[in-house]
Design a protein around this ligand. Structure first.
Ligand code: BES
Ligand code: ZN
Length: 650
C-alpha cells in the first residue's frame, strides 16, 4: 500500500469504528447525543425527566408481630419540567395513609393521591397531585406482610433460634414494596433513616453502619453518596460483628461470625487489588452481612454492606469469588450504574469480568480460568433457539417485560467475555486504563449500552485503530449467540477431570481418592457437568458410594448432583434432597432441582410435598419462582387485597 492510500484508510477507521449500527437492527439505539434523555425504563411508572428524587429520609418502626414496617418516607425533589404538577411513584402492596407537601417554612399541607390498579409485574402507580412543585413530600405508609422485597423470619428460622430476623432484597424492582419511590436505576438519591426495632436486635442498612453502635433498638443511618433504589437495603436480627481488617468485617449471627470471618479473610486484599486496578474504593467501609440460608441470592452488592448467603461458607474458601463479585460492584454497578434492566450486562458483565481479574490477582490465572470454563459451559447449555431475543447484550424493551427474566449466560458470562475479548485485542495495559477512565467518567451516573458504546468508540476503538472493527464490536452488543471472535480459554486442571471422567465412562475405575483429594469445588462441578443428562441408576449409586455427594452442604455440588439423581432415577438421594430444599432458599441453587423434579409426574408430586413443607421459611422471590415451575398456585405475587385506607383516596 502506498502512502496516500494508507492515510485515507487510517483516517477512515476511527469513523468506521464509531458509526451507528444498521437501522434495521432489532435493538436500534437512540442517537448518541441525546442518549441519556431518550432512555425510558419500562419497569417503572416514574417520570424522572419531569421530577426526580434527590434525597430520601425514612422514619420507620419494625413490627415483627404484624410483619410490617410503618412510618414515613420524606422525598426531596428536583423538578425538571416546569409544567409538571404531579409526582408518579412506584409501590407494591403498600398501604398509603397520608401524603403531604412540605412548605419552605417547615409546615406540611395534605395532598390528594391515587393508587392505580395493580400491575402483576410492576405493582401500583401512586400519583401525588402536588399542584405546584413542592421541594419535598412526606408519605405516611406501612408495608404488607407479603412485601416481595422483605423476608420476615421467626426465631426458629435463624441459626440461634432466639431472635427474629428481617432482611430486604430490593433488586430488581422490590424496593417499591417497602418504600414508595421512583424505583428505577436511572434515579439516584442520598438517604438517611431512623429505625425503631425490638431492643434486642441489631439493625443494619446499606449505609454507615457503626460496629460500635449500642444495641438499643433505635438506629440512625446516613448514605451520603447517591444510590439507585435497588441498592436500598435493611436487615435486623441477632447480629454481631467480627473485623477482617481496618475497613472490612463480617456481621452474622453469633454462632456463625467467626467461621464467616475466616472464610472471607481475603476481603481486605481483594479491596486493595481492586483499587490498584480501578481506582480508590469510594464507599468508606466494606462489610459483609451473612444472612440466613433462605436469602434468595448468592450475594447482593448493597453499598458498604454486601448481603451474602451462608451457603458459600464451605470451610475451604473455594467459593469466595462471590465476595470478589459483590465487591467488584462497588465500581461496576454501584458507581457506574445501568440505566435500565435492559442494560443489565453493564452491571453484571463488567462485574463478572472484574471478579475474574480480582481472583486472578489474588490466586492466579489458573484459578480464575476454572470459573471461566465452567461459566462458559453453562452459557452453552442456556443458549437455545427459543431465547434468541435475550442473547444480545443490549436487550430490546419488548424482549424483557419482567426485569428478572434476563439470562445469566448473557448478562454475566457473555458480558464478561466481551470485555475479555476487548482486553486481549487492545492489551491489558491499555484496556485497564480505559476501564479506570470509564469508572471515573461515569461515576455516580446511570448509563445505557449506547452511552457505553459511544464512550468505548472514542476512548478505546479510536485510540488504537484497526484492533477491533465496528462490526466485531457491535456483534457482541446486538447479535444473539457468542461471536466467532470470542477468545477461548482452557484449563489443564479441568482437562484432567475430563480425562478421569471419560476413563470411568469407558469402564475404567473411578478416579482414586489420592487424585480427587486435591480437587476443589470447581473440579467437582466440572466432573458433574460432564456427565450424561440422565446417568444410569447404578452409575449414580457407584458415584455416591465413592464420593458421598448426597447430603453435601456445598451448594454448587448440590445444584448439579440432585438433578442428576432425579433424571437418573436414583431415589436414594431423596430424603437428603428434601432436607437440602428445606434449608436452602437460594434461587439459583434450588430451581434446577425443582425443575428436574417437575419434569416427571412422580417427581412433581414429591416436589410439591417438599415445597409445601419448605414454603413458610422461603423468601417471596423464591416462592414465586418455585410456584411458576410447579404451577401449583397461579395467584399473583403482587396483587394485594385493596386495603380500605388506600381505596379511600382516589
Ligand atoms: N446483583 C446481583 C444479584 C441480583 C441480580 C439480584 C439481579 C436481583 C436481580 C449479585 O451481584 C449477583 O450477581 N449475585 C450472584 C452471585 C455472583 C457470584 C454471580 C448470585 O446471587 O448468584
Ligand atoms: Zn452481580
Amino acid at each position: 500500500m502506498h502512502l496516500p492510500t494508507l492515510l485515507i484508510v487510517a483516517a477512515l477507521i476511527p469513523l468506521a469504528a464509531c458509526r451507528q449500527p444498521a437501522t434495521d437492527d432489532a435493538t436500534e439505539p437512540a442517537p448518541v447525543t441525546d442518549a441519556a434523555a431518550a432512555i425510558r425504563d419500562i419497569h417503572s411508572f416514574a417520570e424522572p425527566h419531569r421530577v426526580a428524587i434527590r434525597h430520601l429520609a425514612l422514619d420507620l418502626a419494625m413490627d415483627f408481630a404484624a410483619r410490617t414496617l410503618a412510618g414515613t418516607a420524606t422525598l426531596q425533589l428536583e423538578w425538571r419540567d416546569p409544567a409538571a404538577d404531579a409526582l408518579l411513584l412506584d409501590t407494591r402492596d403498600l398501604t398509603i395513609l397520608r401524603a403531604e407537601a412540605g412548605d419552605p417554612a417547615g409546615g406540611w399541607r395534605e395532598l390528594p393521591f391515587e393508587l392505580a390498579e395493580p400491575d402483576r409485574t410492576l405493582g401500583r402507580r401512586l400519583t401525588l397531585r402536588t399542584g405546584g412543585q413542592p421541594g419535598s413530600v412526606r408519605i405516611t405508609y406501612r408495608t404488607s406482610p407479603a412485601a416481595s422485597g422483605l423476608q420476615w423470619l421467626t426465631p426458629a428460622m435463624t441459626q440461634g433460634g432466639r431472635q427474629p430476623f428481617i432482611f430486604s432484597q430490593s433488586q430488581q424492582i422490590h424496593a417499591r414494596s417497602w418504600v414508595p419511590l421512583q424505583d428505577t436505576p436511572m434515579v439516584r438519591f442520598t438517604y438517611e433513616a431512623r429505625l425503631r426495632t425490638p431492643p434486642e436486635l441489631m439493625a443494619l442498612m446499606s449505609a454507615d453502619n457503626d460496629p460500635a453502635a449500642p444495641r438499643d433498638g433505635d438506629y440512625t443511618f446516613r448514605m451520603p453518596q447517591p444510590i439507585p433504589s435497588y441498592l436500598l437495603a435493611i436487615a435486623a436480627g441477632d447480629l454481631v460483628f467480627a473485623p477482617i481488617d481496618h475497613r472490612s468485617g463480617v456481621w452474622a449471627e453469633p454462632a456463625l461470625v467467626q467461621r464467616a470471618a475466616a472464610e472471607f479473610a481475603d476481603t481486605g486484599r481483594m479491596i486493595e487489588a481492586a483499587e490498584t486496578l480501578y481506582g480508590p474504593y469510594r464507599w468508606d467501609r466494606y462489610d459483609i452481612l451473612v444472612l440466613p440460608p433462605s436469602f434468595p441470592y448468592g450475594g447482593m452488592e448493597n453499598p458498604r454492606l454486601t448481603f451474602a448467603t451462608p451457603t458459600v461458607i464451605v470451610g475451604d474458601r473455594s467459593l469466595v469469588a462471590l465476595i470478589a463479585h459483590e465487591l467488584a460492584h462497588s465500581w461496576s454497578g454501584n458507581l457506574v450504574t445501568f440505566a435500565t434492566a435492559n442494560d443489565a450486562w453493564l452491571n453484571e458483565g463488567f462485574t463478572t469480568y472484574v471478579e475474574g481479574r480480582l481472583i486472578e490477582a489474588l490466586y492466579g490465572r489458573e484459578r480464575a480460568d476454572l470459573d471461566r470454563v465452567i461459566e462458559r459451559n453453562e452459557l452453552r447449555q442456556e443458549f437455545a433457539a427459543e431465547n434468541l431475543a435475550l442473547q444480545p447484550l443490549a436487550i430490546a424493551q419488548e424482549a424483557l417485560p419482567d426485569p428478572d427474566d434476563n439470562l445469566v449466560g448473557t448478562v454475566y458470562t457473555k458480558g464478561a467475555w466481551f470485555l475479555q475479548f476487548l482486553e486481549e485485542r487492545f492489551g491489558r495495559e491499555r484496556f485497564d486504563a480505559f476501564l479506570r477512565g470509564y469508572f471515573e467518567h461515569f461515576a455516580f451516573q446511570s448509563i445505557s449500552t449506547v452511552q457505553f458504546r459511544d464512550y468505548a468508540c472514542r476512548h478505546l476503538l479510536d485510540l488504537a485503530p484497526g484492533r477491533v472493527s465496528q462490526a466485531e464490536f457491535d456483534a457482541w452488543l446486538y447479535q444473539p449467540g457468542v461471536p466467532a471472535t470470542a477468545p477461548q480459554v482452557t484449563s489443564a486442571r479441568l482437562a484432567a477431570v475430563d480425562a478421569a471422567r471419560e476413563a470411568w465412562q469407558a469402564n475404567a475405575a473411578l478416579p482414586q481418592s489420592a487424585v480427587t483429594a486435591a480437587w476443589s469445588t470447581q473440579e467437582w462441578v466440572h466432573f458433574l457437568d460432564g456427565l450424561p443428562e440422565a446417568p444410569d441408576t447404578e452409575r449414580l449409586a457407584a458415584l455416591d458410594v465413592a464420593y458421598q455427594f448426597t447430603g453435601t452442604p456445598n451448594p454448587e455440588i448440590a445444584q448439579r448432583w440432585y438433578p442428576l439423581t432425579v433424571r437418573g432415577g436414583y431415589t436414594a438421594a431423596r430424603p437428603a434432597m428434601a432436607r437440602f430444599l428445606n434449608r436452602v432458599g437460594r434461587r439459583k441453587i434450588v430451581m434446577p432441582i425443582y425443575k428436574a423434579l417437575a419434569a416427571t409426574p412422580d417427581g412433581l408430586v414429591f416436589a410439591r410435598e417438599v415445597f409445601a413443607a419448605a414454603r413458610p421459611a422461603l423468601h417471596p422471590i423464591t416462592v414465586a419462582s418455585i410456584e411458576a415451575a410447579l404451577a401449583v398456585d397461579q395467584a399473583p405475587l403482587a396483587v394485594p387485597p385493596a386495603p380500605p385506607e388506600s381505596a379511600g383516596s382516589g
